[in-house]
Design a protein around this ligand. Sequence first.
Ligand code: ACO
Length: 325
Amino acid sequence: MTVRAVITSCGAYLPEEIVTNRDLEKRVDTSDEWIVQRTGIRQRHIAGAHETTSFMAFKAAQDAMMAGGIDPHTIDAVLVCTSTPNHTFPSVAAELQAMLDIPPCAAFDLQAVCSGFVYGLSVADMMIRCGQAKRVLLVGAEKFSSILNWEDRTTCVLFGDGAGAVILDADQGGRGTLEDRGVLFSRLYADGRYKDILYVDGGPATTGSCGHVVMQGREVFKHAVTCMADIVSETLAANKLQPTDIDWLVPHQANIRIIESTAKKLGVPMAQVVVTVDRHGNTSAASIPLALNDAVKSGKIKQGDMLLIEALGAGLTWGAALVRF
Ligand code: ACO
């Protein structure tokens, strides 16, 4: 028997305010046409003052717990993937644990920027498989609007706010094959040599403030296309899978051109790719759980489907996971 970490429910929260590309035309020298052509983004949700990262994480977690009929007392680990915590400390995870009335257990934040959720999924899977936890609440939550320079058109049009959550349960009934439900494979990478192509120009140990996003967009784009192509090929090869074995590609939602290029390299038609970037923009660590929730709740992803999840973010960090839903 093989223990597997199975995603048993999903949830999401998106801020009330929707900001369209036309709205942004009034703030910076940009156009709806430029943003749609280069990124596929048409709108994004932007959090209000009360919609903090912890608040959005709480709402997404509540939604997931409601969907799965989960009693908070049965959760024995809380992981929040975020680069925009409410405070330097305590962690969003500790705040969330208190908000949800979850009894004492492991609770921590994990920071891998846009790859955060893939990293979190891999860590949650390891915690479950090595017996450290039986039920993990894994959340990706970001308020990127608070670290954007709203006068920099090269970055402020790209990002949005939101949170997505999943519950992962230990399933003792696995047979150790790719037919099992659960996280079947994950691979994580980072290459800090590229730390300067996407970063935030502040922090507690340098400026004492949180800073703003600075990006060399073209460089990030090139790395994203190459790293995503490589990691999806590596994932298929490592598991002796064909593209036809993948039911859904669930990519990080940064740019439709990066997503299309990865799908093409993988050999998966766009009809089997979950796309929310048009409506959500890039919500960093929240983008994959938001996309997953969208596809599950709209009935696209069904139990038993094979998902390939992948992301790249600042660091650079990147990773992929295979999950039978
Ligand atoms: N509106 C209008 N014009 C703009 C805007 C804007 N919002 N932003 C930049 N421009 C201009 C530039 O100034 C430049 O003008 P110039 O030719 O007169 O100098 C022109 O558009 C082209 O700029 P590039 O940066 O070369 O445009 P590019 O085709 O590379 O597209 C983009 C930019 C969309 C940022 C792209 O490089 C990209 O998506 N990169 C990936 C970045 C990303 O997704 N980062 C998120 C975090 S990492 C991740 O999640 C994968």
